[in-house]
Design a protein around this ligand. Structure first.
Ligand code: PLP
Length: 452
């Protein structure tokens, strides 16, 4: 089989500013060892997130110029809405400025004190919005998800028995919705199978609970289903996507992922009454229902992005290029969450630096090391992100290398591999950290650290 090449040519380029290791040492100290506080111009390869960092296509940029900026009833809104209805089957489509705005609207309406929201694994903003409403966010991943070495093909699956136990324990009326995150971002970018989605649906039907998708990476998830699930290989990826959405009563989507845009989100609802209440709330805080806090050009870019993300040559390249990074690290003896995820590779920081205990944030130490060695910006997904006063310690200490869509080439990724290997060879010199300042919620964004 030949190399799966980037299925695009490059028309516009953006220079990368080179830095030296000693410059990066000073920059890191200045940023209090939190890479969120580093200026992007000081980063060589930015793998902080795949969110809003993708490269738009010439067709998307054409849409930006073509856009209708009318306050109400813009053509761009109808193109956006029709595209989403065509892909997902949902008739009620609300644009929002990003995923967390969809979450905030929804949980303000269905959350609240004494409510419990199960999920295979809540993403950080989803958990924060559930908790902000007063509700409790419960993660119910399958047991295999907690073992980085386990190569279960659908490690994003929800533990169906645990879901049923939870619903019985707290009472169905306390569960306003059952969420499934596709793919599972917090647990390694791992997919959820159709079989598992159908099983969640059956439990929801049994207890008459609505099922929602956190569908940020619905296309990547569908590709994994096509490649890995029995009897799915010959199906059109669009048919798989449609079946995923047909199972759900609603979905929150950040278009900054599989919408391949720099800003945008979607809230999909089946229930007429909930849709009207969400529309009123949208108007109150985001904007009128035909723009939802976005410009017409953003709606155009989303309409086209949601189409391009379903092209099978794109998905084959996307999933292969992520696996390429993962396989190179594994071959060099760096433990990652196996098998490689869709949008990111998650390095097992506990295995990388066993000499640093969880209280000294081994993931953050690796993040700092990668920046020093290669100017690479990654993100900690472990005790910094999920720990803190009153929270249980997370199962894994991970460092996420997220791959922006259509931005970096294979040689950029080869450079990332080289930097990871260099850091791995000097890993015993990595030092733990201490938090010296932190906000009450989502502390990883702004916390300040000190090296021990
Ligand atoms: C990014 C993301 C969100 C939040 O979306 P934003 O656009 O960043 O607000 C929610 N859930 C998952 C799984 C995500 O990856």
């Amino acid at each position: 089989m030949k190399t799966i090449i980037e299925p695009f040519k490059i028309k516009v380029v953006e220079p990368i500013r080179m830095t030296t290791r000693s410059e990066r040492d000073a920059i890191l100290r200045e940023a209090a060892y939190n890479v969120f506080l580093i200026h992007a111009r000081d980063v060589l390869i930015d793998l902080l997130t795949d969110s809003g960092t993708g490269a738009m296509s010439s067709e998307q940029w054409s849409g930006v110029m073509r856009a209708d900026e009318s306050y109400a009833g813009a053509e761009s809104f109808y193109r956006f809405k029709d595209r989403l209805t065509q892909i997902t089957g949902f008739k009620h489509v609300l644009p929002t400025h990003q995923g967390r705005a969809s979450e905030r609207l929804l949980f303000e309406l269905i959350g609240g004190r004494d409510k419990v929201v199960p999920n295979n694994a809540h993403f950080d903003t989803t958990r924060a919005n559930v908790e902000h409403s007063g509700a409790r966010a419960v993660d119910l991943p399958i047991a295999e998800a907690g073992d980085p070495r386990n190569r279960h093909p659908f490690k994003g699956n929800m533990d169906i028995d645990a879901l049923e136990r939870l619903i019985r324990e707290v009472g169905p009326e306390s569960v306003p919705a059952v969420f499934v995150t596709v793919t599972n971002n917090s647990g390694g970018g791992q997919p959820v199978s159709l079989e598992n989605l159908r099983a969640v649906r059956r439990v929801c039907d049994r207890y008459r609970r609505p099922m929602f998708l956190d569908a940020c990476r619905f296309a990547e998830n569908a590709w994994f289903i096509k490649m890995r699930e029995l009897g799915q290989r010959d199906r059109d990826v669009r048919a798989i996507v449609r079946e995923m959405f047909d199972l759900a009563d609603g979905a929150t989507i950040s278009a900054k992922k599989d919408g391949i845009v720099n800003i945008g989100g979607v809230l999909l609802l089946r229930d007429e009454e909930l849709f009207h209440r969400a529309s009123n709330l949208l108007i109150l805080t985001e904007g009128y229902v035909t723009y939802g806090g976005l410009a017409g050009r953003d709606l155009e870019a989303m309409a086209q992005g949601f189409e391009e993300v379903l092209h099978e040559d794109y998905l084959a390249y996307r999933i292969r290029s992520t696996a390429y990074l993962g396989e190179k690290l594994l071959a060099a003896g760096i433990q990652i969450v196996e098998p490689p995820g869709g949008h990111a590779i998650y390095v097992d920081a506990r295995a990388f630096c066993p000499h640093i205990p969880a209280e000294q944030y081994p993931g953050q130490a690796v993040v700092c090391g990668l920046y020093r060695v290669g100017g690479i910006r990654a993100v900690e997904i472990g005790s910094v992100m999920f720990g803190g006063p009153g929270r249980p310690p997370p199962k894994m200490e991970l460092v996420r290398l997220a791959i922006p869509r259509r931005v970096y080439t294979q040689s950029h990724i080869d450079y990332v591999v080289e930097a990871c290997l260099e850091l791995h060879s000097e890993r015993r010199s990595l030092r733990g950290l201490r938090i010296i300042e932190e906000p009450p919620v989502l502390r990883h964004f702004t916390a300040r650290f000190e090296e021990l």
